[in-house]
Design a protein. Structure first.
Length: 639
């Protein structure tokens, strides 16, 4: 013991495991290691095969790197590091097993380490996890996977024990790897060793406190935020009343950089999942400015696809809500329209600094082709901090009410008023890792929810695009978080990867390399941003939040009217039955067979396809007859 009565710090070897869910070292891992390094006599980092450029990312710490064969973390990675430490065991007093499964530390490790260094025993764990393993939702794209442990300390007596050797010798025969962190302490205790907990389960209302009531642990001084739960199936969090936003806010109060954490999470969590679990919808006021929304330093450009001139003239009224001094870039389809646009804009006081009207050679790909091909220089030159992408075009296949609400929903939720625009732009000013902002999926007059991938065709194209870009952000199974409708605000660098592909207008035709390229691009905007370390937020005005929530509340109530229990239990059952793929007896019978007689369903599938084809042809025929009759009647009536 030191002269002042304080125990000397133990010689501590820290084994830090990377999860392998990102091809590069996450910035949050670098921050964690920076805080860990002063407490480590030796620092070992285990690196799964999926992680690249690790030496560059960790150079400042000069750790001992252990490359492991598996692509993702398994508990055996710790065993490989422990084997490496065996020859120098006499030079260390304890080994810490941890990794990049957590965000933090909140405040610092100092208080926790000082408290637990004074507690005798063979080892200790940060928090007791006594509850059952959380559910896995494999078919929904949310399997329960093993993540690096939060914090387990093995002291010399434990390292030299037979029970410790037996645990690692038999860990491959244990239950799921995701359970090993919760099993190690009880098994060692059962073997007669003394393992303590810094935060015991009996102090909290649930046995799995680190994720189910993480905010309570954080308030008690727990320095970690489990990042894994933010990738869980959102309806499972809903089932347990776990509010990710509240947990993050509690962590922010203890020093977490939320913006940096979300930027890192955007690399490894599907955007719609992160949006739901972290509560990334902002409802911003229209008549007042949120404190801290200083946008004076932002360089802003508005990029407008103007195919329909009356719609463009209407849109200009909203563009005038942008801060004075923005640049206005308009793309259109021919020189005559370009001349009319110039005359109209110059006759109005919109507050722009520079007008640039561009004539693009093709209508294929519409606003997406014009943005990523016709305006690719705006994304690559970095002359702007924020680009506002909007369009003015007709919607010939929709009814008047649907078109009117679509236009309102898209433009007002980005450009409702001067104060509202400043509030949206203020998000970019306050949050350096925020990459894209757009309204949530529109569901009034549209049936996008549940079918955002267009029956899977756009998902196939999205996979090809992301593979070409080298982006590994997970794709959603059902519908991606996407600016359906093609209007958003973004940092140019968040979506620049799509411009760097150097696509041409021909790529948007049927001869292009990716089917439905424009729609595929639209659906991966948030994924592209995530691949560059930027997260996505959705925004609504209070008026549209009221319209949207009341409508969706009623629809969800009706959709669940024939089920009982929580959505987390019901949705997987419904999804196993597959899509209804048609009304009436055909759709219901196919779902029944898929759920209860899968082999018979596979045999009957060709007959169902024939039946659907025949029904579709009949519908088209009836529609054609009605249209022909309508035209005949119009001619007879003189119209």
């Amino acid at each position: 013991m030191a002269a002042n009565g304080v125990l000397p710090a133990p010689r501590r070897a820290v084994v830090y495991a990377l999860a392998g869910d990102s091809p590069s070292v996450l910035p949050t891992a670098v921050s964690a290691l920076r805080a860990l390094a002063p407490h480590a006599t030796r620092l070992i980092v285990t690196v799964p095969s999926a992680v690249q450029d690790v030496d560059l990312g960790l150079a400042e710490f000069n750790p001992q790197i252990v490359h492991v064969a598996s692509a993702r973390f398994t508990p055996s990675h710790y065993r490989e590091a422990l084997d490496l430490l065996a020859p120098v065991r006499d030079e260390i007093d304890e080994v810490v097993l941890t990794g990049d499964g957590w965000l933090g530390p909140l405040d610092s490790f100092d208080e926790l380490l000082a408290r637990m260094d004074a507690v005798p025993g063979d080892g200790w764990q940060a928090a007791e996890i006594a509850g059952a393993l959380d559910a896995s939702f494999d078919d929904q794209g949310h399997p329960l996977v093993a993540m690096p442990w939060t914090w387990f300390v093995a002291r010399r007596t434990l390292l030299d024990s037979a029970a410790w050797q037996r645990f690692w010798a038999g860990q491959e025969r244990m239950p799921l790897p995701a359970e090993h962190e919760r099993l190690i302490a009880p098994r060692l205790i059962d073997a007669g060793l003394r393992i303590e907990y810094a935060f015991t389960a009996d102090r909290y209302p649930t046995a799995n406190a680190p994720v189910h009531v993480a905010d309570l642990l954080i308030e008690d001084g727990y320095p970690f935020v489990d990042r894994g739960f933010l990738a869980w199936y959102p309806t499972y969090l809903d089932r347990h009343g776990i509010i990710g936003k509240d947990i993050l806010d509690a962590a922010v109060a203890r020093g977490l950089n939320k913006d940096a954490a979300l930027g890192a999470l955007a690399r490894v969590v599907a955007p719609r999942t992160l949006n739901a679990n972290a509560g990334l919808l902002e409802i911003l006021p229209q008549k007042s400015v949120v404190p801290g929304s200083d946008t004076s330093g932002l360089r802003i450009a508005a990029v407008v696809y103007a195919r329909d001139l009356p719609e463009f003239e209407h849109l200009c009224g909203k563009l005038g809500n942008l801060p004075a001094g923005f640049d206005l870039i308009v793309t259109t389809t021919d020189g005559r329209k370009a001349a009319r646009i110039e005359r109209f804009v110059e006759s109005r006081t919109l507050g722009y600094a520079r007008l640039d009207v561009r004539v693009t050679p093709s209508r294929k790909g519409r606003d997406m082709a014009d943005f990523f091909v016709g305006c690719h220089d705006l994304l690559l030159d970095r002359d702007y901090d924020v680009i506002v992408k909007v369009h003015a075009r007709k919607h010939v296949e929709k009814t008047l009410n649907v078109v009117r609400y679509f236009t309102r929903y898209q433009t007002e939720n980005l450009l409702a008023s001067r104060e509202y625009v400043q509030n949206v732009l203020g998000l970019f000013a306050r949050k350096p890792q925020l990459g894209v902002v757009f309204p949530p999926t529109m569901h009034i007059g549209y049936s996008i929810l549940g079918s955002g991938w267009g029956g899977g065709q756009y998902r196939t194209s999205a996979v090809r695009l992301l593979r070409k870009l080298g982006i590994h952000v997970p794709l959603e199974n059902v519908s991606p978080l996407s600016p359906y409708g093609g209007m958003w605000m973004c940092r140019p660098q968040a979506v620049a990867a799509l411009a760097e592909l150097r696509l041409g207008y021909r790529d948007y035709t049927s001869a292009g390399p990716v089917k439905g390229l424009a729609r595929a691009q639209e659906r991966i905007i948030a994924h592209v941003a995530g691949g560059s370390g930027f997260y996505t937020q959705t925004v609504l005005t209070p008026a549209h939040a009221a319209i949207s929530h009341t409508a969706i509340d009623y629809k969800v109530d009706q959709l669940f009217s024939t089920t009982t229990g929580y959505p987390a239990d019901v949705i997987p059952l419904i999804q196993r039955a597959g899509r209804m793929s048609g009304r009436g007896i055909f759709g219901l019978s196919r779902m029944y067979l898929t759920l209860n007689r899968p082999m018979l369903a596979a045999l009957a599938a060709p007959f169902y396809r024939l039946a659907y084809t025949a029904i579709g042809i009949a519908k088209l025929g009836r529609r054609g007859l009605r249209e022909t009759q309508r035209r005949i009647n119009n001619r007879r009536g003189g119209f």
